[in-house]
Design a protein around this ligand. Structure first.
Ligand code: 48F
Length: 257
């Protein structure tokens, strides 16, 4: 006979274990969109301890909806290898343009990140960072539901050797650093430059260049990188997101031995 109390106890004990395991990690990632998931998967594969916090219940960020809810995404040839590495099927549309099903993409990215050992915590938002000696050294987290209900609940804290900002267009983590810490960002003005209007080619090139450390301890990837460094958005082409996640993982693999 099934016992509801055993079911409840099993869930509570296991979740507690999972959360305690990620209190002190190599890399803490804010946002489980495509760039954050790719970053998490490569780092976990390389044996680094990784946690990803995702505000929503669903991972995948802006990938599910393809372009205007036509659930297909375009990936350029330079990133096709990453689709293959995540076992995502794709078809050639014409020279340099590949298509993939956006639902298959999200599911495969999440599957591989989790299977390789990244811990994904959904329903939890990053609301602040921990800073010591002008270096970002952790994330401050809270239930998304508490934020939504506007409840006055104090958060909990995660320590990390490196923090990755992959919250997409709003670049929420860098925003909080800019607002609260007084740390000068590694942009032209020391502040967030802000995303520019759509230009796929320019955006897809610049996102790779913008994928880097934005201030001590904090690394930025995906659309957040373009928002911070003042370059355009790209729309429903996703090669840049995949390459950006992979680039941050490779920077951090070398940095965190
Ligand atoms: O926006 P998102 O998909 O970020 P990305 O990896 O990819 C961008 C593309 O989807 C698309 C684009 C390029 O083609 O322009 O927009 O850069 O995923 C960001 C994830 O972060 C979550 C959010 O719910 C989404 O799933 N997120 C945002 N703020 C927070 C957060 C936060 N404060 N704490 C936790 N998660």
């Amino acid at each position: 006979m099934l016992d509801e109390i055993i079911i409840s106890k099993a869930i509570i004990e296991s979740y507690k274990e999972k959360l305690i395991k990620v209190l002190d990690v190599d890399v803490a990632i804010a946002g489980a969109g495509p760039s954050g998931l790719v970053c998490a998967a490569y780092l976990a594969e390389a044996g680094r301890s990784v946690v990803v916090f995702e505000r929503k219940l669903s991972i995948g960020g802006g990938m599910w909806g393809g372009g205007m809810m036509f659930n297909e995404i375009v990936v350029q040839a330079s990133a096709k290898k990453i689709l293959d590495e995540f076992s995502i099927r794709s078809k050639r549309y014409q020279k340099d343009y590949y298509l993939a099903d956006s639902v298959e993409c999200v599911c495969s990215l999440g599957y591989h990140a989790a299977k390789k050992g990244a811990v994904i915590i959904n329903g939890v938002s990053v609301e602040d960072v921990m800073v010591r000696k002008n270096k970002v050294c952790g994330l401050v987290i809270n239930w998304s539901a508490a934020q939504t209900a506007n409840l006055h609940v104090d958060p909990l804290t995660i320590r990390a050797k490196a923090v990755v900002e992959s919250t997409g267009h709003p670049c929420e983590v860098v925003k909080v650093v800019e607002r609260k810490s007084g740390i000068k960002l590694k942009t032209k003005t020391g502040k967030i430059l802000g995303e520019k209007s759509m230009w796929a080619d320019e955006a897809e090139n610049s996102v790779i260049n913008n994928t880097k450390e934005v201030c001590p301890g904090l690394y930025v990837c995906g659309m957040a990188a373009n928002a911070v460094f003042g370059t355009p958005r790209m729309g429903p082409i996703f090669g840049g997101m995949l390459l950006s996640g992979k680039k941050i993982a490779s920077i951090l693999k070398n940095k965190i031995k």
